[in-house]
Design a binder for this molecule. Structure first.
Ligand SMILES: Nc1ncnc2c1ncn2[C@@H]1O[C@H](COP(=O)(O)OP(=O)(O)OP(=O)(O)O)[C@@H](O)[C@H]1O
Ligand SMILES: [Mg+2]
Length: 269
C-alpha cells in the first residue's frame, strides 16, 4: 500500500533506510541476524517481536550507537555504515529510547527548549532567555504538536506516563528529523492513554519517515503502513498491518503466550 502511495513522487526510489545483511553479535549471542530492510521515504514502519528479538539493537545500529558486526546501512541514499551517531543525527535521524530521558525536575517547555538548543543535560546551566526567543517559540510549537500545549509549565515529573511519552517524542522532533525512530512509545501506557498517543503519532508530518518498535498491535495497525516482525534477531515477516494481524506465524510468535506476557509486563511497567 505504502509503495503505491509513494510511487511516482520525486526522489521515491531512494529509500530513507536501506539495511543489507545487518548483523550484530555480542560475543556468542547474535542479537541482530542478517537483517535486510527497505523503508521508503515517508513510510511509517512498525517493528514488532517478543522480548530479546533484537529490535532495540537494530535501532542502535541504525542510529549509530552500535557498529554492526557485518552488513551495511544506507540512509537517504548515503552509506552511513562507518559514520558515528552524531554524523547520522546531522543527516536527519532522531530517536527516543526505551527508558525515559526527560529531565524530571524541569518543565515541559524547558525540556523542549534544551532539546531545541541541543544542550546536553549534564552541561545544563544556561539562563533561560525571554519568551520572545525563537527557540522558545519553537519549543511552544513542539509542545503543541505533541498535544502538550496546555502543559508547558508542568514539571516533567508531574506529567502522566502518557504525557511523558509525548514529551519525549516532542524532544526527538526538535531537530526536525527526516527519520524518527521510536522505541516502544506506548510501553507502560494505560488503555485510556493509548488512543491519544496513537492520534498524536498519526498527526505527525507525513513527509517524515517513522520507524516505531511497538508491542501494541492496535497502535501498530493504526499508525504503520507496514509491519516487520523480528524473532531471535532475524526478520521473519514483512507485510501490511492487516496481513500481520491475519498471519498465523505472527499470531504464534507475537500474539501467543510470549507476546501476551510481554504486553502484561509493559502494562505493569
Ligand atoms: N549491549 C549489549 N551487550 C550484550 N548483549 C546485549 C546488548 N544489548 C542487547 N543485548 C542482547 O541482545 C538481545 C536483543 O536485545 P534487544 O534489546 O535488542 O531486544 P528487544 O527486541 O529490544 O527486546 P525488548 O522487547 O525486551 O526491548 C538480547 O538477548 C539482549 O540481552
Ligand atoms: Mg527493546
Amino acid at each position: 500500500m505504502a509503495t503505491l502511495r509513494f510511487a511516482g513522487a520525486p526522489g521515491v526510489n531512494t529509500p530513507a533506510l536501506l539495511a543489507t545483511g545487518l548483523t550484530k553479535a555480542f560475543g556468542a549471542l547474535v542479537a541482530v541476524r542478517d537483517v535486510s530492510l527497505n523503508i521508503a521515504a515517508g513510510e511509517r514502519r512498525a517493528i514488532i517481536g517478543t522480548n530479546g528479538a533484537g529490535k532495540s539493537t537494530l535501532f542502535n545500529l541504525v542510529a549509530g550507537d552500535f557498529r554492526p558486526s557485518s552488513g551495511t546501512l544506507e540512509l537517504f541514499g548515503q552509506d552511513v555504515t562507518p559514520l558515528p551517531a552524531f554524523q547520522r543525527t546531522r543527516l536527519g535521524i532522531s530517536r527516543t529510547y526505551q527508558t525515559s530521558r526527560v529531565l524530571s525536575g524541569l518543565s515541559v517547555l524547558d525540556n523542549l527548549y534544551l532539546a531545541v538548543r541541543g544542550v546536553q543535560s549534564r552541561r545544563f546551566s544556561v539562563r533561560l532567555p525571554r519568551e520572545t526567543d525563537a527557540c522558545r517559540m519553537r519549543s511552544r510549537a513542539l509542545a503543541a504538536s505533541v498535544g502538550l500545549a496546555t502543559r508547558v509549565d508542568a514539571l516533567a515529573n508531574e506529567l502522566s506516563h502518557g504525557e511523558q511519552r509525548q514529551l519525549e517524542i516532542g524532544m526527538a522532533l526538535a531537530g526536525e528529523p527526516r527519520l524518527l525512530l521510536l522505541d516502544e512509545p506506548a510501553a507502560g501506557l494505560s488503555p485510556a492513554e493509548r488512543p491519544m498517543l496513537t492520534r498524536m503519532l498519526r498527526e505527525l508530518p507525513r513527509d517524515m519517515t517513522m520507524v516505531l518498535i511497538e508491542h501494541d498491535m492496535q497502535v501498530a495497525l493504526q499508525v504503520a503502513d507496514r509491519v516487520t516482525v523480528m524473532n531471535e534477531g532475524a526478520v521473519v515477516f514483512d507485510g501490511s498491518p492487516q496481513e500481520a494481524a491475519a498471519s498465523p506465524l505472527v499470531e504464534l510468535l507475537y500474539l501467543g503466550k510470549a507476546g501476551r506476557d510481554h504486553a502484561a509486563a509493559n502494562q505493569g511497567a
